[in-house]
Design a protein around this ligand. Structure first.
Ligand SMILES: [Zn+2]
Length: 336
């Protein structure tokens, strides 16, 4: 990558021009037309199972049920289970691995790599890597797919134009063929959280972590990855601008996370501060006063109305600063 940065030649320009983004849209694909979607014909034979909440109790119940489902898939000769997982390294190499289980043993181990894709694309890649070979095995009518991304799995039933279409079109087409082949064919997707450390899942996880693949230059990037990269760049620029902005001045109160790192502004999940404040307007107003130090306190009067008193009514501070009010003031009225 360092060499790439130093290399200035027409070859590099041509490479960037030809290899920037992969086109991945197919809005007119027949599988997504109304009336021919998978959900129109096979909704009773494709199912998704997630815990009702992520509380320890619900997760425990879910894992118990998953264990039963897995065991029954291994004693029935017409069933197979697919355990899929993926990982994305710092070099942007994504690894997707899947183990196909039948008759209580791993009958196939599959692993593929891709470069410059987002994590949801890698998740879809992992599901696809396992499920397509499983559907091609003779006499298999019932497939249980165990994945930590039910969101990715649900994309198979998605019917609108989506930048992930190039990933799920082949998968959805193969699922449709499998379900059309025999009226008893079924597919169940089961959520499995990686942190639960199920030994069978760990085997796949270990394979993902152990695999290494050196990217070959040049390489294209997916449309979604390109969007994410641009979004990250804009966010980084915004955060740098915010950190160095003279407009927020040195009175702006920086908040730190549990590791002591200053929280940066972001647009995701309602931003960095609003989710902590909640939905009360008066609390939001007070929080803003405190963060910007624009509040009727001594420190503020000293800056803007120097003729007015600056000391604190408690008598312990000559200048009533924000820090004094938060850390030392003992006359707070809990009812206000
Ligand atoms: Zn005071």
């Amino acid at each position: 990558m360092k060499q790439q940065a130093n290399l200035k030649s027409p070859i590099k320009d041509v490479n960037e021009w030809l290899n920037s983004v992969r086109n991945c849209f197919n809005p007119l694909y027949s599988l997504f037309s109304p009336g021919s979607q998978i959900v129109d014909y096979f909704s009773s034979r494709i199912s998704f199972h997630s815990p009702s909440s992520f509380s320890d109790e619900d997760l425990y119940q879910h894992l118990q049920s998953l264990n039963l489902v897995f065991r029954s898939s291994q004693v029935n000769h017409n069933s197979a289970a697919v355990i899929a997982d993926r990982g994305v390294k710092k070099s942007h190499v994504a690894t997707a691995a899947a183990h196909i289980w039948a008759d209580n043993s791993v009958i196939k181990q599959l692993c593929v790599h891709s470069l410059n894709v987002t994590s949801i694309e890698a998740e879809l890649m992992a599901i696809r890597t396992g499920i397509i070979p499983a559907m091609e095995i003779d006499n298999i009518h019932d497939i249980t797919v165990i994945t930590d991304s039910i969101t990715a799995a649900r994309k198979i039933l998605k019917s609108k134009v989506d930048s992930l279409q190039n990933m799920f079109i082949p998968l959805a087409a193969a699922v449709k063929t499998f379900l059309s082949k025999d009226g008893s064919n079924k597919i169940r997707f089961w959520y499995y959280p990686s942190r639960a450390k199920w030994p069978r899942h760990k085997l796949v996880d270990d394979q993902v972590k152990a695999s290494s693949c050196t990217p070959i230059f040049p390489s294209k990037e997916s449309h979604l990855f390109s969007k994410k990269k641009e979004c990250d760049r804009i966010l980084c620029e915004w955060q740098m601008h915010f950190a160095n902005s003279l407009k927020k001045d040195h009175y702006f109160l920086n908040f730190e996370d549990e590791k002591g790192i200053v929280i940066k502004p972001t647009y995701a999940k309602r931003g960095s501060w609003l989710p902590v404040i909640g939905f009360t307007n008066s609390l939001c107003a007070r929080f803003t006063c405190m963060t910007t130090s624009h509040a009727p306190i001594g420190e503020y009067r000293q800056r803007f109305f120097s003729q007015l008193p600056t000391s604190c009514p408690c008598g312990k501070a000559e200048v009533q600063t924000r820090e004094h009010i938060i850390m030392e003031y003992d006359r707070h009225d809990p009812s206000t």
